[in-house]
Design a protein around this ligand. Sequence first.
Ligand SMILES: Nc1ncnc2c1ncn2[C@@H]1O[C@H](COP(=O)(O)OP(=O)(O)OP(=O)(O)O)[C@@H](O)[C@H]1O
Ligand SMILES: [Mg+2]
Length: 305
Amino acid sequence: MIYTVTLNPALDRSFIADTVTAGAVNRITPIRDDPGGKGINVAKVLKGFDKPVCACVLVGGSIGLAIASMLDKEGIPTIIGELKENTRINSKITDRDGVTTELNEAGPAFRQGAYEAMKEELLERVVDGDICVISGSVPPGAPETIYGEMITELNARGVKTFLDTSGACLENGLEAGPYFAKPNASEAGISESIEEAVSAADKYISRGVHSVIISLGSYGAVYRDADGRLMTCAGVKVNPVCTTGCGDAVTAGFASGIYSGLDPSEAFRFAMACGTAAAVTDGTQAPSTATVDKYLQEVQINILS
Ligand SMILES: Nc1ncnc2c1ncn2[C@@H]1O[C@H](COP(=O)(O)OP(=O)(O)OP(=O)(O)O)[C@@H](O)[C@H]1O
Ligand SMILES: [Mg+2]
């Protein structure tokens, strides 16, 4: 099973408008609601590949219930920790020129008991060889050490832990030695350059991460692992539709590849095809398998060692 953990999910509500002007009354039309948050995005991509996936989420109120029922309808089982306050809504308003304005809430307050209940169920269920993808921000009030502690407990059970977050949660999480990390250029503290990513990747391995993909947006990505493999991949030239969630697609693709026993070079190629496919897919919807297959033919992996 591949578990995903989303401690601060959101209902992604998409609107269209003619124009969006700060300080004015803006008329907007709702288009669709999607369950969102980085771990949920990963789960949606994995579900599209028919991988066995389970989404662990902290949700609350009627919005939380709506998210749980949307995941249920998409055939994604859940492990739920229940918060007292309503789950957040992130509004995305796209104007007639295609410019998107986002209004994102911080999310409901963290509740230790809800988190413990969710985590205990996860720890009871996991078995050696499972993957657990821990992604995104944490709710207000959650300790910065939360991902690191979760990684330590999951590692001890033989679970391959994947970490995709930023700031203090990333730094703390890395201390616990996750199996895999997927920082983007800004999270890695570098510019979008293959050369800089190659040297930055070494630092992750020396900190105890088994494998890392540093993603560089349209410039592609670098893969490094503790077995001495170093690979680069130039970005595929596309006309991007929405690049939010491309990194989540990369993480999902790599998790899918490793879970299926692919060689890291093939898992990296698959991950890059997923990232590219996500760039040409609207919103944070999972890219279709047909789009991923198309880019699988175009992605070139450069194996340096
Ligand atoms: N404009 C683009 N053109 C082509 N490929 C892209 C583009 N943007 C992203 N990608 C693909 O997606 C991968 C991940 O993108 P990026 O580095 O932007 O992730 P990210 O910043 O972690 O995204 P997010 O956190 O929003 O999911 C890139 O390595 C690349 O393969
Ligand atoms: Mg990212």
